[in-house]
Design a protein around this ligand. Structure first.
Ligand code: SAH
Length: 231
């Protein structure tokens, strides 16, 4: 089995590489891919760079070029749901692109013909995440994640995304990774630790909490990898 672990920014994959200690580095398609053997299983790890296009490229590369059969994403997000505070973890049940808009033709936001507004994450790994949370003594919320090529630091935009998509958190890569994995039939799991509340203080909060939240997420994702390997 080969498992992909992906983030968007260096800070999101650094704790994972640190835990692995030894890995090889391959440059491909303008990015670096790290490979390691972990508990008898092959891992490929990368940060994509920010946004839907780079994350699409990286997820596709991990699957099509490196042969990953499952994909886990670890990163940070802005909270929409008031119950999510900085450092809290959210597991995506389904994801949508909040900035995809051909509503002029009568379609709903997030929809293009032959696509779907939402892509659902792998239910088996979601179920595993409940066990991991119990074992770690952590409370992890499940919810909808909305993705767009936009750092949201605006209460009005955030509330609109919350209402339109029923979203609990927002970020810039999840839904594009979901589309890739869905199309290529690769089960995926998207975890985010909250770094900010997507409001006017978001950029300050993000800068302050990026590292600690990224570590929270990475630790959980590595426990998820352990569970996937043991299953
Ligand atoms: N600090 C970076 C930019 C970060 S962009 C720089 O200056 O280079 C925000 C990243 O964190 C994205 O990868 C996104 O997925 C996630 N994220 C966290 N909070 C977010 C928010 N409020 N809106 C959108 N994305 C957010």
């Amino acid at each position: 089995m080969k498992i992909a672990i992906m983030g968007a920014m260096p800070e999101e994959v650094a704790p994972i590489l640190e835990k692995l200690g030894e890995y090889t580095t391959t440059e491909y398609a303008g990015n670096k891919y790290y490979e390691a053997t972990y508990k008898g299983v092959e891992l490929v790890i990368a940060y994509s760079k920010i946004g839907k296009v780079f994350s699409t490229l990286t997820a596709t590369t991990m699957i099509e070029h490196f042969g990953a059969q499952k994909l886990l994403f670890s990163g940070v997000a802005g909270a929409i749901s008031p119950s999510l505070k900085v450092g809290d973890l959210i597991v995506a049940t389904k994801l949508s692109q909040h900035d995809l808009d051909i509503t002029a033709f009568g379609h709903p936001f997030g929809y293009v013909p032959e696509g779907a507004v939402f892509v659902e994450a792998d239910t088996q790994m979601i179920a595993m995440s409940k066990k991991v949370a119990d074992e770690m003594g952590k409370s992890v919320q499940e919810g909808i994640i909305a993705t767009g090529d936009q750092f949201v630091a605006n209460e009005e935009r955030k509330n609109w995304i919350g209402k339109e998509f029923g979203a609990d958190a927002l970020e810039m890569e999840g839904a594009s990774v979901a589309v890739v994995c869905d199309a290529l039939d690769v089960p995926f799991f998207i975890l985010r630790a909250i770094s900010d509340a997507a409001d006017m203080d978001a950029s300050f909060s993000f800068d302050e909490f990026l590292e600690t939240s990224a570590v929270e997420s990475a630790e959980f994702v590595m426990k998820m990898v352990d569970k996937v390997i043991a299953a």
